[in-house]
Design a protein around this ligand. Structure first.
Ligand code: KIV
Ligand code: ZN
Length: 535
């Protein structure tokens, strides 16, 4: 595997400690194989995080293997392993980290009264002795040591100061103050960090770090408050995954720093254009879709449906966008057509689809469109094409799925195939029969043969939606065509036509964006930029 290099640091900055592969991965439903962890570590490295917590080496042979492989392959970020405050754990972490260019052992020990009594059965003196012993040993096993006072937020302040002082004295270079149970608030954590930074002695060579959980939905806000109070490292995970409600979503903190430099003045050494790729990789790998309305990486984060918003964005996207989709590596914004949409957005989409409609006919289409949107909510392109053609009698300049038949064969001798018929205003009806790994794959192959567009499916999501006795299938697809991603969407009564229609939709968008029709001929009128609407 190619080595991933991280750009050299510059200026004063906040360190990003990514624990997607440890705290994130240990949450139910998010486990990854060593191979998958390695791929994800590559994406984190491309993003530019400072520390990758690759796992918990003593937890299992698989985790030790993942830590070792990441330490061997990923060049640039510090590679870290979690460890309890025991000799066995520390030695296992040190061994797994041997190949790393820069290694860190992350020791944690509960310090709060409830952890001391109910979990550890240790007195405060015993906790201090264990901290001193374990950090001192870890210092000899790696390049740097981080100490976490687990459940710091519910620890008595005086004892927390003592515990962190003890860790610093034993050689810890990072003093982590976790809100293990997601209990704190921005004001409280700000005050705590101010107090610790002013009070803990012997920290000239150490930094303070925040590790917040999201049980009350405050992980990002609390992490930012800690940074304002002087924390120099933020811990978190991509998509905010982690124990229970998750960790602080690192991509959100990154974009806060990128967008509100006026408040935080952080010199961001992160390639934010890699955020979307890292987020999608994680979601695909673990099979956990990102909620549609999730900040920064949700599908709606840059989508607009309300007419007033769409009108504003069409005139100047800054009216309703504080950051651009390109900032996170998402090419183009998405205007969603639904019952809240206005005439401007409808006209823009009709133009993208190749219709030339005058104002009178647009008014008639708009009335029919609103009626359809009341029934279906969001309107997919294929539905819109049918509607406009029906109302105006004119044809769009794009391909339309008119028929699909397939055989879902299974077994050694059986070969799935699909017969697809598409219609184009210039080429009329064209049919192709193709085979594939499965019937949908065969249908996609047939569409490729007909349109001459070669595409790779990057994402395909089909959901059943509906109420009042009617259910439909909504298919969302993302194709990679000549290195660019194009999204397609469809809504039909059944899974199969939904998937194929969404595929055709994305092909049409790619053809329009490439300023040529679907046969590769130059188009008379270009709509290149308008039509590009990926993912
Ligand atoms: O939440 C927590 O306290 C942790 C520690 C291991 C840092 O994940
Ligand atoms: Zn945690």
């Amino acid at each position: 595997m190619a080595k991933h290099k991280k750009a050299a640091n510059k200026g004063k900055k906040i360190a990003f400690f990514d624990t997607t592969l440890r705290d994130g991965e240990q949450a139910p439903g998010f486990s990854m194989s060593a191979e998958e962890k390695l791929m994800m570590a590559g994406a984190l490295c491309d993003l530019g995080v400072d520390v990758i917590e690759a796992g918990f080496a003593a937890a299992s042979p698989g985790d030790a293997d993942a830590v070792r492989r990441i330490a061997a392959e990923i060049e640039g970020p510090t590679i870290c392993s979690l460890s309890r405050a025991t000799e066995n754990d520390i030695k296992a972490a040190g061994k797994a980290l041997e190949p790393a260019g820069k290694s860190r052992i992350h020791i944690f020990l509960g310090t709060s009264p409830i952890h001391r009594s109910a979990k550890l059965n240790m007195s405060t003196d015993e906790v201090l002795a264990a901290i001193h012993r374990s950090v001192s040993l870890a210092v000899s096993q790696c390049d740097e040591v981080e100490f976490s006072a687990e459940d710091a937020i519910r620890t008595e302040r005086e004892f927390l100061v003592e515990a962190l002082e003890c860790a610093a004295k034993a050689g810890a270079r990072v003093l982590n103050v976790p809100d293990t149970v997601g209990y704190t608030t921005p004001d409280e954590i700000y005050d705590l960090f101010r107090h610790l930074i002013a009070t803990v002695r012997g920290t000239e060579n150490a930094i303070f770090s925040a590790h917040c959980h999201d049980d009350l939905g405050l992980a990002v806000a609390n992490s930012l408050a800690a940074v304002r109070a002087g924390a120099m490292q933020v811990e978190g995970a991509i998509n905010g995954i982690g124990e229970r409600a998750g960790n602080c979503a690192l991509e959100e903190v990154m974009m806060v720093f990128a967008t509100r430099k006026d408040i935080f003045n952080i010199d961001l050494d992160i390639d934010t254009t890699k955020i979307y790729a890292a987020s999608r990789m994680l979601s695909k790998m673990t099979g956990n879709p990102v909620p549609r309305n999730k900040a920064i990486v949700g599908r709606n984060a840059f989508a607009h449906e309300a007419g007033i918003h769409q009108h504003g964005v069409l005139n100047d996207r800054r009216t309703y966008e504080i950051m651009t989709p390109e900032h996170i590596g998402l090419p183009g914004n998405a205007l969603i057509l639904g019952k809240h949409s206005g005439k401007h957005a409808l006209a823009a989409r009709a133009k993208e689809l190749g219709f030339k409609i005058d104002d009178d006919r647009l008014a008639a289409v708009f009335v029919a469109f609103k009626a359809m949107a009341d029934q279906f909510g969001e309107i997919a392109d294929a539905q819109l094409i049918e509607l406009i053609s029906g109302v105006t009698g004119s044809a769009s300049a794009v391909w339309r799925l008119t028929r699909v038949e397939m055989r879902a064969a299974y077994g050694a001798q059986a070969e799935p195939f699909a017969r697809v018929e598409l219609e184009h205003p210039d080429r009329g009806l064209v049919t192709d029969i193709a085979t594939g790994e499965g019937p949908i794959h065969a249908a996609f192959n047939a569409v490729q043969h007909i349109t001459g567009m070669s595409a790779t499916v990057e994402e395909l999501e089909i959901n059943h939606v509906g109420a009042k006795g009617r259910t439909d299938c909504i298919a969302d697809i993302v194709l990679r065509i000549n290195g660019t991603r194009f999204a397609g969407r469809s809504r039909t009564r059944d899974v199969i036509p939904a998937g194929v229609e969404a595929y055709v939709d994305a092909i049409n968008r790619a053809a329009a964006a490439q300023n040529r029709d679907a046969f590769g001929q130059e188009k008379a009128s270009a709509t290149t930029d308008d039509a590009k609407d990926a993912a």
